[in-house]
Ligand binder design. Structure first.
Ligand code: GMT
Length: 372
C-alpha cells in the first residue's frame, strides 16, 4: 500500500483498506514517508516501511519519487510482495512504474493497481507540467480505479487514457462508528444551540470562506456554533471572515484532529461547500455518525449525498441556499428523520461491499493472462 500518510481522505482509504485486508490474513506493507495517521497501534500482518530522503546541499528539490521507487524495489524484493496498490497518481503511480521496470530486469513481474482520488486528477491534471507523466503512469498501471463515476469521467476528459477505469467507491468501516463516544457537547454549545462542523485541509478548493458565510447567515436565524477542523492555506482567511461577519465567538478553529470522528459524533450538521470534490470522504464519515450534510453539487458529492435524503445540495458558491438547506435540516420537524437517513445511506458504503471489489481486481492483475 503506497499512500500519503497525512490527514487527507486518500491516506485514510488506503489505511483502512490495508487494515481490513490484514484482518483477513493478507500481509500488508505500507510504504510512505510517515506513519499513516489512522494506522493506530500495531496489529498482525501490518508493516510500515518509512521512505527517508537524505538531505544534500545539491538538492533544492529532494527527489522523493526516486527514493520511493527504490524503497518499493527493496520492500518487494525482501518481502516478496505480490503487487503494489498505489493511492494518488503523483508521484506514487510513476514511482511504481519505475519500480516495476527495475524488477522486470530481474525477471520479476510486479502488478500495479492505481487508485485515483481526486486532486491528483482535477487539480494537478490541469497543470500541463504533470499531464504527460500522469497519463503515462495511469496507462502503465495494470489496473486503475477511481473513487467515483465523476472522477472517472474527469480522468478520461483531462488525460489521454487508454485503460479501463473501474469505479470503486470509498467506504466506511461500520465498527468505527458503533458505540462511538463523542466529546462532551456542553464544552462547545449551550442548551438549545445547534452544532455544525466542517473538516478539510483548508485548501482553496474547499471554499472555507463559504462555510463561514453559510454559518453566518444561518446563525442570524437559529442559535448555533461551528467547529472548523483541519488546517491549511485558507485558515487565516476563514478566521478573518468569521471576525468580519461577526461570528468569531461562535466559530471554533480546532486545527488538525487525529480522530475527527469524536467531533462528528456530537455534531448536528456537516458543511462541505467544495468547488470540486471527487467523493467527499469526510461527508460520508459524518453521515455514518448520523449527521446530515449540506454540500455543493460538485464532482462526486451527489453520488454520496442523496439530495433530500441524507442531506441537501446547492450550486457552488450559493451560500444563501446552503444556509436555507441547513435551517431546513436542523428544524426539529425533520432533523431526526434526516439523521436516520444519513446513517442508512452511509451503510450502503460499508467496507464489506467494497473489499471484494478490490480483491477481485487484485486477483485479476495477478492472474497469468495479465503477465507481460
Ligand atoms: O480533499 C483533498 O484535497 C484531499 C484529497 C486526498 O488526497 O486525500 O482528497 C481526495 O480524495 C479523497 C479520498 O478519495 C476524496 O474523498 C476527496 O473528495 C478528494 N478531494 C478532492 O477531490 C478535492
Amino acid at each position: 500500500m503506497v499512500c500519503y500518510p497525512t490527514f487527507g481522505g486518500s491516506g485514510v482509504v488506503a489505511t483502512e483498506l490495508g487494515k481490513a485486508l490484514a484482518q483477513q490474513g493478507h500481509e500488508v506493507h505500507f510504504i510512505t514517508y510517515d506513519q499513516p495517521v489512522r494506522l493506530g497501534s500495531f496489529r498482525p500482518n501490518v508493516f510500515y516501511h518509512e521512505v527517508r530522503i537524505a538531505q544534500y546541499p545539491l538538492f533544492d528539490y529532494p527527489p522523493y519519487e526516486l527514493v520511493l521507487a527504490s524503497k518499493m524495489v527493496e520492500v518487494v524484493r525482501q518481502q516478496n510482495l505480490d503487487l503494489l496498490h498505489v493511492h494518488y497518481a503523483i508521484p506514487h503511480a510513476s514511482s511504481a512504474y519505475m519500480a516495476k521496470r527495475i524488477l522486470a530486469e530481474e525477471g520479476r513481474h510486479l502488478p500495479v493497481v492505481t487508485t485515483l482520488h481526486g486532486t491528483d486528477i482535477t487539480l494537478l491534471g490541469k497543470d500541463p507540467g504533470f499531464e504527460p507523466v500522469i497519463s503515462f503512469a495511469i496507462n502503465q498501471s495494470d489496473a486503475v480505479t477511481a473513487v467515483s463515476t465523476s472522477l472517472r469521467s474527469d480522468t478520461y476528459k483531462l488525460f489521454g487514457i487508454n485503460k479501463d477505469i473501474e469505479v470503486v467507491p470509498n467506504f466506511i468501516c461500520p465498527a468505527h462508528f458503533q458505540g462511538l463516544k463523542g466529546q462532551d457537547r456542553a464544552q462547545f454549545i449551550a442548551p438549545g444551540e445547534q452544532l455544525l462542523c466542517h473538516i478539510s485541509n483548508f485548501r482553496p478548493v474547499k471554499r472555507v470562506n463559504d462555510v463561514i458565510a453559510t454559518f453566518a447567515r444561518l446563525s442570524e436565524r437559529i442559535p448555533a456554533k461551528l467547529l472548523m477542523i483541519g488546517d491549511g492555506p485558507d485558515r487565516s482567511a476563514a478566521e478573518r471572515t468569521a471576525r468580519e461577519l461577526g461570528v468569531a465567538e461562535q466559530v471554533f478553529f480546532l486545527g488538525k484532529l487525529k480522530n475527527p470522528l469524536e467531533a462528528l459524533a456530537i455534531t448536528d450538521l456537516f458543511l462541505l461547500p467544495s468547488e470540486s470534490e471527487s467523493f467527499g470522504l469526510a461527508a460520508l464519515e459524518a453521515m455514518a455518525c448520523g449527521v446530515p450534510v449540506v454540500a455543493t453539487e460538485a464532482g462526486g458529492l451527489p453520488e454520496v449525498i442523496r439530495h433530500g435524503v441524507s442531506g441537501m445540495l446547492a450550486p457552488v458558491g450559493d451560500v444563501t441556499m446552503m444556509a436555507e438547506h441547513a435551517e431546513f435540516l436542523l428544524d426539529p420537524a425533520h432533523h431526526e428523520k434526516f439523521r436516520g437517513q444519513a446513517k442508512d445511506r452511509a451503510a450502503t458504503f460499508a467496507i464489506d461491499r467494497v473489499l471484494p471489489e478490490y480483491l477481485r481486481i487484485y486477483n485479476q492483475v495477478l492472474s497469468p493472462e495479465t503477465v507481460d
